[in-house]
Design a protein around this ligand. Sequence first.
Ligand code: MF3
Ligand code: CO
Length: 248
Amino acid sequence: MIICKSPAEIEKLRRSGRVVRETLEELRELARTGVTTLELERYVEKRLRERGAKPAFKGYRGYPCCLCASVNEQIIHGIPSERKLREGDILGLDLGAVVDGFYGDSALTVPVGEVSEPLRKLLRVTEEALELAIQKAQSGNRVGDISAAIQQHAEKNSFSVVREFVGHGIGRELHEDPQVPNFGNAGHGPVLKEGMVLAIETMVNSGGPATQVLADHWTAVTRDGSASAHFEHMVAITRNGPDVLTRL
Ligand code: MF3
Ligand code: CO
């Protein structure tokens, strides 16, 4: 069942979305060579508290942290650790927060120092796929229109999309219906209606699509060890078109 939000509820989601995105943008600057992902976690924990927000991921199905920090071949759900970032890494940062009972969720992938051209292209294409997907988030379109836009853009650039993890509706719960896959066919799936709010998450691998979850039960990696990128925005379907709630 897809829960449609009132304009007042969308404004609450915009507040939580803003807290998440502001914190993520701060991390973009902090993600430097030699910094550990656990240092980023501690920073986030403090900044969410200062902003009057509660972490959304910590304790969710037993996840131990506020932040997901996924390096190189890690696709999503990397657990912050003493691992030091190195020049040339790419770092996926995914953050969720609750403000006044409503969830915010957003992600981006950043270069650490100077990064190779193939990795820069991966970041660019994955973010472009998200922007193309957002343009499809219009009343009367279907979820498959979003999915197909992501898959086509990734594959046109000879990358592949992840099948095992998907975007989602969001509101008073972190994960609501509908699921928003990164693959599929235009014209298929649930019809989009005014008031729906979707967390669209593009997950693109530079090699094959196959994934694997590490022994820590969380970290999702590419099976072939190829690099992967992840971007996520929350988007409300409105009469005036897509309204990105995690854009500052
Ligand atoms: N953005 C991801 C999601 O919506 C992050 C979830 S991490 C978890 O599923 F720990 F909360 F599962
Ligand atoms: Co999400």
